[in-house]
Design a protein around this ligand. Structure first.
Ligand SMILES: Nc1ncnc2c1ncn2[C@@H]1O[C@H](COP(=O)(O)OP(=O)(O)OP(=O)(O)O)[C@@H](O)[C@H]1O
Ligand SMILES: [Mg+2]
Length: 292
């Protein structure tokens, strides 16, 4: 199912976080979104998942869908998944089938859950409580839940951030295979540029809420991009046709600040200025403050 985002704008308050985003993701392909902290990656995934209401359009196979329909087509794994209920691993993965459950759980649902648990090699955890798992194990369970839905579109926000290097590779291989075999449209957010280079068919670089560049990893992952977007000097080599990024050092202090770092600096400065007014020149305020 083709995903198209057209002229999308979104802000949590009056300040826009996403500015005029237009991107596409194709069936059978893994599209990876990269970009620094605060760039708007998670916000964009939430807009596509129908959890936020942006202006602009999000189209699935050329059509706009209502939220209740979107949840039948899209599996979304957020960046922070906490669960407040006491469920076993098996029950949690089975919940991924909920849109398909009628009055009774059928044999096919159980088979799919078992198959996914086996594919992720976590069937040994099936009867354990989610709350008693390690962070990485829990992350695997939520990946299993998303896959058990057999979605048309899979959205995953930093799916391998808690996993060791072996599990990172296993999960990304599996995601790539499932994407191809089921002609699923997969959009991942990743921070690791080398994993992004290896697994992305298409890369989208977000910077300060805008699309800085998009295309195949070889055309997008350049030393210039890493300097402009991340503020880091890096060397980009080539490992059998796949770009390989070696970060060298951040740009010198003052050479570059991220937008939100700038805001933090201004706020700190304002607080300092405010304090010096209270404590220094304005004695009546100082007294009032002390009384408080
Ligand atoms: N619920 C919210 N309310 C207000 N502002 C928010 C909210 N969620 C995110 N933001 C702000 O929106 C901007 C984009 O946040 P977002 O979480 O999309 O970034 P991100 O690219 O996913 O970053 P990270 O790599 O750190 O996960 C940030 O400036 C953030 O502070
Ligand atoms: Mg995020």
């Amino acid at each position: 199912m083709r995903v198209e985002v057209k002229n999308l704008w979104f802000g949590y308050n009056s300040t826009p976080v996403l500015k005029n985003i237009s991107i596409e993701a194709s069936p059978g392909k893994v599209t990876v979104i990269i970009g620094p902290n605060g760039a708007g990656k998670s916000t964009l995934l939430k807009c596509i998942a129908g959890l936020l209401k942006p202006s602009g359009r999000v189209l699935l196979n050329g059509k706009e869908f209502r939220r209740e329909h979107i949840s039948r087509l899209i599996s979304y794994i957020p960046q922070d998944h906490s669960i407040g209920v006491v469920l076993t691993v098996f029950e949690t993965v089975l919940l991924g089938r909920i849109n398909f459950l009628s009055w009774r759980i059928n044999k096919r649902d159980l088979e799919i859950v078992m198959r996914v648990l086996r594919e992720l090699r976590i069937e040994g955890l099936a009867s354990r409580y989610i709350s008693e798992l390690s962070g990485g194990q829990r992350q695997m369970v939520f990946i299993a839940q998303a896959l058990a839905r057999e979605p048309k579109v899979l959205l995953m926000d930093e799916p391998v951030s808690n996993l060791d290097i072996r599990h990172q590779l296993e999960i990304l291989n599996l995601i790539k295979k499932v994407t191809k075999d089921n002609t699923m449209t997969t959009i991942l957010v990743l921070h690791d540029l080398n994993l992004a280079a290896r697994y992305a068919d298409e890369l989208i670089v977000l910077r300060k809420g805008e699309v800085y560049n998009r295309g195949n990893p070889n055309s997008v992952l350049t030393e210039d991009m890493i300097r402009d977007v991340y503020g880091v000097h890096a060397k980009v080599g080539n490992d059998g046709g796949v770009p390989q990024v070696t970060p060298l050092k951040p740009l010198a202090n003052g050479e570059r600040l991220m937008e939100w770092e700038r805001t933090e600096k201004v706020n700190t400065w304002l607080q300092a200025a405010h304090l010096s007014t209270l404590c220094g020149k304005d004695n009546s305020r100082k007294k009032a403050n002390t009384r408080l």
